[in-house]
Design a protein around this ligand. Sequence first.
Ligand code: ATP
Length: 214
Amino acid sequence: MIGIFGGTFDPVHYGHIKTAFSVKQALNLSQLRFIPNRMPPHRAKPWLSVEQRLQLLHTALLDYPDVIIDERELDRDGPSYMVDTLASLKQEFPQEALCLVIGMDAFFGITTWFRWRSLFDLCHLVVIDRPGFDSASIKQQFDAADYTFLHQRMSSDVDTLTTQENGRILLQSVPQLDISSTMIRDNLSHEELITQWMPEPVYKKLRGFINDDR
Ligand code: ATP
């Protein structure tokens, strides 16, 4: 199974890296593809340039095995719709099950994604814990029809994902890391905080970008 971890990574932090690798281990994924988006459909234009976000991702993931930084969304015009990304991955890897890994915050908003129901024809969904987004409140996040659609796809173990090609949802526990890119952007002057939230070489590179822009 191939893990797909999409995001804006504006900038990348331990909440992305450590949690994604915890999933890779738990699900025994053969590879993990980090897919930075060019134009996120649900948010404002990223703070960092595409080039800067990519450089930070490469720096952050340098020492990790079986990781690919997949630039397919950067090469595509228009909004970065995950359903298009998965369709192109499925064409490239027809024999592999794809596992789309998203945080609980993103899961709560999944019904706003373009053609969201079609995602389940292309991949399994692996939802990871994120502080502030309680899995106990999943039912309250969706209307009845959407909840039924999602609930009937829920699996309690990894084995179901390995025996089916797509269409299941797994809630996967990961280390709870209360870190976001927003916190980093809002605390740029607090070096002692930011260096706890991302690897030192990533911080140094980010600092360089900020100094260059002045
Ligand atoms: P921002 O603060 O700018 O909204 P972010 O920190 O949420 O950014 P994204 O690049 O938007 O980062 O997130 C990409 C994916 O990583 C999403 O699925 C998101 O839910 C997940 N994610 C981000 N941070 C964490 C975290 N601390 N724990 C678990 N999942 C996370």
